[in-house]
Unconditional design. Structure first.
Ligand SMILES: [Zn+2]
Length: 209
């Protein structure tokens, strides 16, 4: 059983590593964004409720995210474990998570701010399915178009340099107590998240050993 949480600022490469880990270990990749979109697409009662918030551009409330996560953890592909990407973000969410499942490993993706700003300014997103690309490290197959559905990619307003610096400051403020919590529980390992996808993957494997 592998129950893994990935923490780190936006742009640290968690999503890419989470996908690889899930494939390598045969466990579920649980990204809150994907999970909410999938539940909405399936039209479950929780999914429809989440969809109502997302359509209005509102944050989906914690309790609802947690219910969807609980449902997802019960599904067959999550029975060998999971890698959770994008959740928890706060100490309160970590406590909620602990009520529905134990966690064995928490990996914190640490990366210098200058590298992040550089990376995020190269980021492009698909407005339809939320796929994220990087012009340098993870370009789409056809320039400017989503691999999954061919939609023209956009730079989200929150991926500009100024917005990125603000987001990172907010992230740090919220996350430091979360790191302290997991450190106290002896679960936290830090992974240097600079370098190539392969290099980071090797460090992730090392940290899980
Ligand atoms: Zn797309």
């Amino acid at each position: 059983m592998h129950r893994i949480v990935l923490l780190g600022p936006p742009g640290a490469g968690k999503g890419t590593q989470a996908k690889r880990l899930a494939t390598e270990l045969g466990i579920a990749h649980l990204s809150t964004g994907d999970m909410l979109r999938a539940a909405a697409a399936q039209g479950t009662s929780l999914g429809r409720e989440a969809d109502g918030y997302m359509r209005r551009g509102l944050l989906v409330p914690d309790a609802l995210v947690l219910s969807i996560l609980r449902e997802r953890l019960a599904s067959p592909d999550a029975q060998r474990g999971f890698v959770l990407d994008g959740y928890p973000r706060t100490v309160a969410q970590a406590h909620s998570l602990a009520e529905i499942t134990p966690v064995e490993h928490v990996l914190y993706f640490e990366i210098p701010e200058s590298v992040l700003v550089e990376r995020l300014s190269q980021r492009r997103s698909c407005p339809v399915d939320g796929s994220v690309y990087n012009l340098v490290t993870q370009p789409p197959r056809v320039p400017g178009r989503c691999d999954r559905d061919g939609t023209p990619l956009i730079q989200r307003p929150d991926d500009t340099e100024e917005a990125v610096r603000t987001r990172l400051a907010v992230y740090r403020e919220v996350t430091v107590p979360l790191l302290d919590l997991y450190r106290t529980q002896g679960l936290l390992r830090t992974v240097a998240a600079g370098g190539s996808v392969e290099e980071v993957a090797a460090r992730v494997r090392e940290a899980l050993r």
